[in-house]
Every structure is written in structure tokens, then in C-alpha cells.
Design a protein around this ligand. Structure first.
Ligand code: 13P
Length: 336
């Protein structure tokens, strides 16, 4: 087993999942302002430190993705954040893209940037304790989008990033996110997501990326958030499994889904059914941001000193997701 494959399995085996706590300062500011907390470095650290010290981290979380500010911060006890994460047995990850910018010649679409100087930044992050990285390509969806240009250019960037991350002895999370914004059907999402994922793998293979040493982080197959279609969780799970079976090469060890704007319960229920019906050999787990932190952030904002209340909510959500990653979740467990 390669070193990279071992890292992958340590992060996502046995129902463990990933906490995506890598919101950029701009995104975290939006999240904090939505609950009326000023977005200062101290407040961003306080919330993250509270959830990272939760008891469920040990049993449920295999990896935490951080933003540059956080990987350099120290907790109020003087420990570095990567040390806090490793004290629970999880690995530290780092978001290394520098954001999605307007794509030249297709101004309504985005290209993710951050390749310049990446090799040097990866060296620095490895020294700080990171063992995996994340890069998110983002695709809008409609009849006309994503265009071939957006599909190709983002796949190319994801592959160049992945090759550099593996060269630095870290595992790349490959995240091509087809957004849920729009009135498209689930079948359109299926078609476009398949095209996007297949192109990513064409490029990963061209760039000689070791597929046994990556984690794919895709969206689930959903109808658009303004669609009139009602798609059941059962259909979501079937379409998502079919899409991945047809577009992901067998060497890939596993998939960790993003929540992408689903509610906490939706993201849990869909993951549960995906695992119940999973006949592929891929591990299917979570790499959620909002679907793990939303309720915890709300409670925390009411009294930022009440760490216990924040941790109780976070522990519950994480445990539910870890059950879902094993196909063992049910509604009844939500209220126990
Ligand atoms: P969400 O689960 O909130 O979509 O965030 C996951 C993520 O890492 C997006 O890049």
C-alpha cells in the first residue's frame, strides 16, 4: 500500500469523515455576520477551537480542512491548531486554491486560481503538519453551462494541483462542485456532473496522478434549488451512485461528498441511503462544511463562552453523519 493510500484510508475509513472548516475569511465573515457575531481573527479561532476540541472528533473525524489563517493560529491553551487536530487522531488538511475568478471568454463562469507558487506553499504547509490538501473547482449549471471551456480548464487546474500535492507527499482532495443553484432537473445535474467528473479523471491520468492516493469530493445528484421537480432521497442516492459508478475509475479509494447548501438532515439522509445502496467498492463519506457546523454556529452565537452547548450540538451532528457514512442512520436517532 502506498504512503498516500494509507493517508486516504486513515481519513475516510470506518465511517470517519472530514470536517471542512476551511471557509475563507470572506466566507466566514458572511457566516458570522448572519448570526450577528463580528468577524475578527479571535472570534473565528474561538468558534473553530470550540468544535475542534469536541469529544466526537476522536471517534468520527478523520481529517479537518483548514484555511491559511487557522493553520497558523494557536489555541487559548497555546497548542497549534494542527496539534489540537492530531491530539484527536485526525489529520490536518489545507485549502490551497486562492478562489474562483471570472473565466476569460466565458465571463459568467469561474476558473479556480492558485497554481503560481503552489509548490513552495505546499512545502510550508507540510512543515506546519498538513497531510492533505483541497482545491475546489466550481461550475454553474444551465442548458448552456458548464461550457466545454469551463469543464476543460478547471479539470486541467485540478490535475496540476493534484500532481504537485502528491509530489509533496500529501493527498489531494479533488473537488469539482456542480452548484445546486438553478431550476434544472436532477437528470440535467446527472448529465453535467458526469461530464465534469469524467474530464477531471482524463486530466488526472494525463498528469500521472496516482488515483489510489486521492479523495474525490463531488456534489450529490440533486435537482436545482429553484426546480419544481420533487426528487426523493432514494432517487438522489440512486442517481448519485450510478453517476459515480460510470465516471470514477476503480483505483480511487473513496468519495467524500460536499453538502453544497443541503440542510443538515437532507445531507445526512442522502448519505445514509447512498451507503445503504452502495454496491461500488468506493468508500462513501462526508466532507461537510455547512451541514456539520450550521446549528453549532447558531448556538455558539447566542453565548460564545458556552463551549459545552456548542460542542453538544456539534457532537450530535457529527455522530449522525458518521452513522450515515455506514448506512446506520435513521430519523429516530436524531431525537434520542
Ligand atoms: P459545504 O459542505 O458547506 O458545501 O462545504 C464543503 C466545502 O468544502 C466546499 O468547498
Amino acid at each position: 500500500m502506498s504512503e498516500l493510500n494509507k493517508i486516504v484510508l486513515k481519513i475516510i475509513s470506518n465511517g470517519k469523515g472530514i470536517l471542512a472548516a476551511d471557509e475563507s475569511n470572506a466566507t466566514m465573515t458572511k457566516r458570522l455576520e448572519s448570526v450577528n457575531v463580528p468577524s475578527t481573527p479571535e472570534n473565528r479561532l474561538l468558534f473553530r477551537e470550540s468544535i475542534l476540541s469536541s469529544e466526537s472528533m476522536k471517534e468520527c473525524i478523520g481529517g479537518v480542512i483548514l484555511y491559511d489563517e487557522t493553520i497558523n493560529q494557536k489555541t487559548s491553551f497555546g497548542k497549534s491548531i494542527p496539534d489540537l487536530i492530531s491530539s484527536s487522531g485526525a489529520l490536518t488538511g489545507i485549502k490551497v486554491d486562492t478562489g474562483a475568478k471570472e473565466l476569460a471568454n466565458s465571463s459568467e463562469e469561474k476558473i479556480t486560481e492558485g497554481l503560481d507558487g503552489l509548490r513552495e506553499r505546499l512545502k510550508k504547509y507540510y512543515k506546519l503538519g498538513a497531510r492533505f490538501a483541497k482545491w475546489r473547482g466550481v461550475y454553474s449549471i444551465s442548458e448552456e453551462y458548464p461550457s466545454k471551456l469551463a469543464i476543460y480548464s478547471n479539470a486541467h487546474a485540478l490535475a496540476r494541483y493534484s500532481a504537485l500535492v502528491q509530489e509533496s507527499r500529501m493527498v489531494p482532495i479533488v473537488e469539482p462542485e456542480v452548484l445546486m443553484d438553478g431550476d434544472h432537473s436532477a437528470d440535467t445535474c446527472y448529465k453535467k456532473t458526469s461530464e465534469v467528473i469524467k474530464k477531471c479523471f482524463d486530466e488526472l491520468i494525463l498528469h500521472k496522478v496516482d488515483l489510489s492516493g486521492i479523495i474525490l469530493k463531488p456534489n450529490m445528484i440533486l435537482a436545482g434549488n429553484r426546480s419544481k421537480d420533487k426528487v426523493s432521497s432514494k432517487e438522489v442516492s440512486q442517481k448519485t451512485l450510478q453517476c459515480l459508478k460510470n465516471s470514477v475509475p476503480n483505483e480511487v479509494p473513496g468519495v467524500s461528498f460536499l453538502s453544497g447548501g443541503q440542510s443538515e438532515i437532507e445531507a445526512t439522509e442522502n448519505l445514509n441511503l447512498i451507503n445503504k445502496n452502495n454496491k461500488t467498492k468506493f468508500i462513501m463519506t462526508y466532507s461537510y462544511g455547512r451541514a456539520l457546523q450550521q446549528s453549532a454556529l447558531k448556538i455558539w452565537s447566542k453565548n460564545t463562552k458556552d463551549i459545552e452547548a456548542t460542542q453538544n450540538i456539534f457532537n450530535h451532528r457529527v455522530k449522525m453523519c458518521t452513522l450515515a457514512a455506514q448506512g446506520k442512520w435513521s430519523y429516530e436517532l436524531e431525537n434520542q
